[in-house]
Design a protein around this ligand. Sequence first.
Ligand SMILES: *Cc1c(COP(=O)(O)O)cnc(C)c1O
Length: 502
Amino acid sequence: MNRKIKKATTHVIQNEGLIFEKSSPGKKGYKLPELDVPEVNPSQVLGNAARADLGNMPEVSEIEIIRHFTRISTWNYGVDTGLYPLGSCTMKYNPRINEIVARLDGLANAHPYQPEKVSQGALLILQALRKALMEICGMEAITLQPAAGAHGELTGILLVRAYLQSQGNPRKKILIPDSAHGTNPATAAIAGYEVENLKSNAHGMVDIPSLEAQMNEDVAALMVTNPNTVGLFEQEIHKVAEIVHRKGGLVYMDGANMNALVGKVRPGDFGIDVMHLNLHKTFSTPHGGGGPGSGPVACKKIMEPFLPIPVVVTKKDGTLGFDYDRPQSIGRVRAFYGNFGMHVRALAYIMANGRDGLVQTTEDAVLNANYIRKKLDGVYELPYSTPSMHEVVFSDHKQTAKGIKTGDIAKRLIDYGFHPYTVSFPMIVHGALMIEPTESESLEEMDLFIDAMKNIAEECENTPEVVLSAPHTTRIGRLDETRAARQPILRWKPQAQSAKGD
Ligand SMILES: *Cc1c(COP(=O)(O)O)cnc(C)c1O
């Protein structure tokens, strides 16, 4: 191992077999009380659905099963373990206070069918979050229902479609810059639109002459991400919006990168008509692992009549309630009111920070990305000279001479004790290394990361084989990723059976 590695020199590597492999006949992890009712043959109750033979079930003791699952639970790398620089994902720290608040009995056990009069606290939370997010976005209406960013995109584009149809002006196309996240074209296509690609210019931004040439009365909307996926602020966003509006189109903003803007500028003020937020990115609710997300959609007044039902309103008697009587609504996009637990966490985060805290967060996120950019400039190639916002994208151009690609560098980073950055995205940068430290990181942790990245660059020069065969310190070495994706083996079978190829 390289002596210069500072972050992690050795890992505790306890490998672990499958629970089936630990099994020995007759062991049990439970003890049931003696049966004091007549025994029934399962097939009498379940008929053909009853299984006489349960196949191979692991037989282990209680401590064996506890240790097995406890050990494998420590294998995950998370933001609670160290820097998680996965660009585009905003893997920021989720303060524990959010969790405490979301677990309060009255909130965690609230039932969606509970009458409005005993749900005033929960309704107040929804109302307070809506107001805070509208203020942050510079928008006049909002729905909290969508369960993820991509789901918010679909909701937003359905609002655009409903609005244009109500104007007797249905259109068929959506323009999307080539730097966009893959969910944007997928959303437009699922909503029934033709997708038209818009080129980026040499600065990595929307190319104004191309937009002028492509914008016409067939275009319902432009979907733009700002800052865009290269981490650059669309400096001519006013002009972009004006070109789209002049031809009667609307501007949708993918707000997944709001971590760079909160408290500094408001999309509603720079010409955006409708946008989504990723509460699980910008507003510090847990992220990933298939857990619930939340993708509220904020819009201008003109789209308010089309918002999903129900909408939280203040009733005549001053109490809060849900309004379902909205004939122009696009309908529901999610059961009940969205992922309420995420709303509680996001509001806790916003209130704990306050206005000045949110501004500081934004400034720190941008400062951290630019610190890493400055320290690694020249070590890795920077494809655009435009200043970065909350994330920085390098390319592997300098390393490809030795046959090393971004994916190899990312694998080597694991040996230094870090989660990899985002590999090969965005696609407009060939061999991209996309790094987003977020505001959560201390100078010390970022310096360790920078140190690791510099060391790897040296290794690329001097000992490329070490990088090409990384990772070396993990339980499992480099996988054949294509095969793992195409021929996954997801079920354990006893050897005799798997030999038969069943
Ligand atoms: C994360 C992300 C999305 C999708 O959000 P999900 O919550 O994962 O559906 C869309 N656009 C951008 C730019 C993103 O970073």
